[in-house]
Ligand binder design. Sequence first.
Ligand code: SAH
Length: 480
Amino acid sequence: MAAGSVFLVGAGPGDEGLITVKGLSLIKKADVILYDRLVNPLLLEYAREDAERIYCGKLPDRHHLRQDAIQQIMVDKAKQGCSVVRLKGGDPGMFGRVGEEAAALKEHGIFYEIVPGITAGMAAPLYAGVPITHRDYSGSFAAVTGHRKTEEGQPSPDWKSLAKGVDTIAFYMGVKNLPLIAENLLKHGKAAETPVIIIEWATTGRQRTVKGTLAAINHEAQKEKVQNPAITLVGDVAGLNSQLAWFESRPLHGKYVWLVKTASSRSTIAEKLKIDGAEVIEAPRFEVISSEHPLPANLSSFNKIIFTSPESVDFFFEALKKKRIDIRSITADFVGKTKRVQTQLESLGIFSNKEMSGEKVLEVGEEDSLTKKNTSYNFWISHEVKKRKLTENTLGRLITDNVINTVVFPCAKAVKNAEIELKQHNIEPVEWFRSKSVICYGTKSRKAAQAAGISVNAVLAEPNAEKLLQYLYQTPEMVL
Ligand code: SAH
């Protein structure tokens, strides 16, 4: 097999939108994706359904072991001819060990490319309303690891140069060593009143900022229980946060919504929620695949053709085209089973009838949607709907990370689907839902939820995106 290639790609700091166009297009094409713990799981949704995904956060935890294992997998997969994407948080060159990985690939003669990403030390300040340089406050910037150790196990940058020579400093991996960082900067001459801002889980729905002066920041961080991942930004620019902050004040910031799906179509609701600052997963997701069943031969003999979904209309017309059957040869009445199907038919210039009964009826749709009990109907299975494994995995990851705080059931069937997904990941639904805000579109979904033992926080006055947004605006997010 031809030799493969490896792409060392920066995934950006968290917000799904902060990956490069090049990085995203490589994800879409990859055969194998190795990804780190801090990479937004939603980015993997763009991968091919059959792409192999390897979570490096789960590999052996001892640092050198993990690094060796990752490098070995990349080399092996590339030698098998795969296109491999190594997806790393932020920028691969910023405390990302890309140097070691590239060296290993070079050593094995494997073709590689490195794709930059937006690093947390630059994105986090901007998402907190802080530019790292500013004409009045800062003309220089340093990115420093708070992790590199002296023999005594303390961070070991050149404190004097940092304190005296750099206006803005971003510390990565420094939460644990914050007391030492502050102490050393003060000792080497940084002013005690220098503003400091710590940005936790920057660019995600979990973003939180904690502020203080250099002298007081450690106290503040302890009080607020700041945790990794976080960037600690030291410098006068940090003071601009109070005027320029924008991200955390968006109306749905902090809401992580699971829109439980029952059909293959993507909703427009997700986009609306995201614009206002929510994070959203639509799951389960389904792929629609055309069926192997041939069209019935005698289409012109039917009096009525019933379509059960918009997709069934598409596949029917596609099949006609393939067989070069002119639509005008079909004299049957067309029936759209739901409003969405009727709209789809209208977009093709067909005004559908709503009357389902009659003689010589052909029903078209995926197998489960067909009115099997009515034996007088003829059927054509137009397509199959398959659940995407990929989305199931992504959802599993979000459940494990405990980030979802809001669940929306647009219909009764969604309740069943949510239960199936949770059980798939060995989660007991009733218990899991207890800490979530549960929103139902109407009374049918509410009854289904309650029958499943799930307590419902809200039923929308009308089943639409506007009412959902209105409700979400009014409720503070639940603390997990
Ligand atoms: N290559 C990455 C950094 C890897 S080191 C980059 O360019 O961003 C990991 C450290 O990066 C974390 O300990 C934390 O200090 C920082 N970091 C990564 N993502 C972050 C985020 N979303 N918010 C705050 N800090 C983050």
